[in-house]
Write a protein that binds this ligand. Sequence first.
Ligand SMILES: [Zn+2]
Length: 564
Amino acid sequence: MTATAPSGESLWSRCGGCAALLYRKRLRRNLDVCPECGLHARLAAPERVSQLADPGSFRPLPEHAVEVDPIGFVDVLPYSHRLAAARADTGLAEAVLCGTATIGGSRCALAVMDFRFLGGSLGCAVGELITRTAEQALELDIALVLVTASGGARMQEGALSLMQMATVSQAMAALREVGLLTVSVLTDPTYGGVAASFATSADLVLAESGTRMGFAGPRVIRQVTGRNLPEGFQTAEFLLRHGQVDMVVPRHALRARLATLLAATRRRATNRPGATAPPPEASRPMPTSRTPVRDAWETVRLARHPGRPTTLDYLETTFDGFTELHGDRLGGDCPAVVGGLARLDGRHLMVIGHQKGHTTAELAARNFGMATPAGHRKALRLMRLAARLGLPVVTLVDTPGADPGVEAEEHGQAAAIAENILTLSVLPTPVVTVVIGEGGSGGALALAVADRVLMLQHAVYSVISPEGCAAILWPGRTAAPQAARALRLTAPDLCRLGVVDEVVPEPDGSAADDPEATARTVRQALLANLLPLLDVPTVTLVQRRRRRFRRFGAARAGVRAGAR
Ligand SMILES: [Zn+2]
């Protein structure tokens, strides 16, 4: 059963759930829910808007996205061709439709994702549009409603798509600060970077009946764990049972439910301080780097080398007096994340990092540096503690990605990552990140929303592993080296894109060949970047950090008025 209505559509359509032959008009009247089996078919964004908004109340954002291809990505097809095809197929400029509307008489800002458009993937333009919608909510003093449908970050835009999780999160944080309600409505499917940011960091999270939501998709979890998935895994009912959504709502009740929630939380005009839009974008030249160029795939192998110094190694060498702190205070202590108090050149700070290991036994004991939700929540606890104590935070990133296991999903991996990203984006203390090995997608970003992001010369930072990207976009399994090149995941590339501020040089060969020299260089780089931040007033610091992550939307997307 398809939700779209191309011109010349047939009068009948077959349900994807029960195969019943259905009269299309009747189906449409039933909001594209099969009257026989109750299957909720995917909706195009315009249809969703017309189902939710009061008739005639939707006003689209004045801007539309234009051409976006920040890293010139090519797999078997150039990204620009895929974009053009998606636009032609959907009639939309991007994978989200944004504006303001009233729902049951309450005005709100509304962003509705469209899965038909490149799997609803989160790229720079989508991030920019949702951020602007959140800014509209702030400006107009109204609630924000997000309807999500996405496979995750848009890998064709590399690490810049990953940055959108932070861009949108800092805009959501601004609404949280002034007490404006945010509501996310999860629809089928919501995964990856969208699940691990704004979909789950909203005040209220509703799941439409039939929704599946998670950080890792079922196929990936099955591949990684070799386990069969429990019955009903990641379904709306599973999410409700595991405390991850407020309610499951059938489509026909969604509008009324939203109307009730918006009306109940409608603000009195008098009970908040004057809201202001964030300051205009600072134009900032892109940093450049003269680091010698190595093949991206070669760099991936160096970044994963078991001889590379780990977080605990740096805590021994670069820092002094490390006192490890354990536990998330909610029942877990993840071995893949270590953190605690330490000194750097006599200054006290909080250090938090992913821990891998040098031997197979160490790696297994540390879950290969893949943090569970407990690991993310431990990191969150330590970040907040640092801010309370007035200590700067240094994070060391070295993870293939967040733990993609069954328990991780049961314990809310997506929401745990989302909360870290949002909290870091406004944490009132200096934060410096060093990507020391692998920076794998949302799991890396959960520790990397920082004032300064440094990266070792042979580290990598990516929205998806080259193997994962190759498996999705290339035929055959041998294309990982090509994917590594296309993803722009090396330190010099990311420096050019502004994702990373500085490349920390490694000794001849790589960090694995001379850990002591690397430790000294990291120490110098940390001091050079951290010390200037200590004099910046907290308010300015947070403002600048937000602007740093805000500009990945606007600067990259080339979003302007009137296009398309
Ligand atoms: Zn059916």
